[in-house]
Design a protein around this ligand. Structure first.
Ligand code: ARG
Length: 262
C-alpha cells in the first residue's frame, strides 16, 4: 500500500512538472479573427498582409492574453455566422453594436466610435441627410451589403418608397458605382469614407452625419473569451497601446474635422 501511495505521489509530481513545462513553452492556442478587409483604416490589404486598427488591436490583445493569432478575411455578412458556428473566435471589423446583432452575438466593450456619413459627387443636389428623404426625390443609394448603412437606408427610406438601395459586396464597389453614376450617393462609415474620397477626386462627404455608433468585437453568445478580451482591451487602452494604434491610423488633427450628427 505504501508503495502504491509513493508511486501515485511521484506520478502526480511528474505530471505537474510536465504541465508547468507545457505552460511556459506553449501559447494557449490560436485565436481566429473574422473580418472583411475592405474597410480602411480599420482593416485593409497592404500587399498580401491585412493591416489596420482592428488588425493591430487584435494582435496586441492576443499577445497580451498569450494566444497566437490569425485573421480570416470574408464577406462582411459572413462574420457573425463564422463566429456563431465557431469557425472564428471573434469578429473585429469596425462592427457597430446594434440591438438586432445583440440577439445573435455578444459584444465586447466598445473601442471606437463610428459615424455614418454620406458621400456625393461634387456639385450633387444632395446637400444634407434630410435631402435623401425629400418627397419625390427617389435617390439611389449605394451601401455595403448588411452594414448599418444598408440597414438604416433600407428601414428609413427604401421601406417607405422614398429611395432605392443598391447593395455592394464592399465599400469600394459602392464608391465606384457613385463615380460611374449608378448611384447618387453612398452611405458608409466616416473613416473609410475619408479614405475613399482621398483616393477618388470629385467626391465629397456631406457635413451632416446619418448616425453615430459604437464599434466592438463580437463573440459567440456565452463565449467566456469575451471577458478575457475585455480585460485585455481595457488594460491596453489604459496603458496607451490602443490609443497609439488609433493615433497611428487616424492622426488627431484629422479627427477634429469630423462632421456633426444631425
Ligand atoms: N460599422 C458598419 C457596420 O457595423 C460597417 C462595418 C463594415 N466593416 C467592414 N470591415 N467592412 O455595419
Amino acid at each position: 500500500m505504501k508503495k502504491l501511495i509513493a508511486f501515485v505521489l511521484s506520478l502526480m509530481l511528474v505530471l505537474t512538472a510536465v504541465a508547468a513545462l507545457a505552460e511556459t513553452t506553449e501559447t494557449k492556442g490560436t485565436l481566429v479573427m473574422a473580418t472583411n478587409a475592405s474597410f480602411p483604416p480599420y482593416e485593409y490589404y497592404d500587399g498580401e498582409t491585412i493591416v489596420g486598427i482592428d488588425a493591430e488591436i487584435a494582435a496586441a490583445i492576443a499577445a497580451y492574453l498569450g494566444y497566437d493569432f490569425r485573421i480570416d478575411d470574408m464577406e462582411f455578412d459572413s462574420i457573425i455566422p463564422a463566429v456563431d458556428s465557431g469557425k472564428a473566435d471573434f469578429g473585429l471589423a469596425g462592427m457597430t453594436v446594434t440591438e438586432e446583432r445583440m440577439l445573435q452575438v455578444d459584444f465586447s466593450d466598445s473601442y471606437a466610435t463610428g459615424v455614418q456619413v454620406v458621400i456625393v459627387k461634387e456639385g450633387s443636389p444632395i446637400a444634407s441627410v434630410d435631402d435623401l428623404s425629400a418627397e419625390g426625390a427617389n435617390y439611389t443609394i449605394g451601401v455595403q451589403l448588411s452594414t448599418t448603412g444598408d440597414l438604416y437606408c433600407t428601414w428609413d427610406l427604401e421601406d417607405y418608397g422614398l429611395a432605392t438601395v443598391n447593395r455592394y459586396p464592399n465599400g469600394n464597389e459602392a464608391v465606384q458605382a457613385l463615380l460611374t453614376g449608378k448611384v447618387d450617393c453612398v452611405v458608409i462609415d466616416n473613416e473609410p469614407a475619408k479614405a475613399y474620397v482621398a483616393a477618388n477626386p470629385g467626391l465629397k462627404i456631406l457635413e451632416t452625419a446619418y448616425a453615430i455608433e459604437d464599434y466592438a468585437a463580437c463573440f459567440k453568445k456565452g463565449n467566456p473569451l469575451r471577458d478575457e478580451f475585455n480585460t485585455a482591451l481595457n488594460a491596453l487602452i489604459e496603458d496607451g497601446t490602443i490609443p497609439a494604434i488609433i493615433e497611428k491610423y487616424i492622426p488627431s488633427e484629422q479627427k477634429a474635422e469630423e462632421p456633426a450628427a444631425e
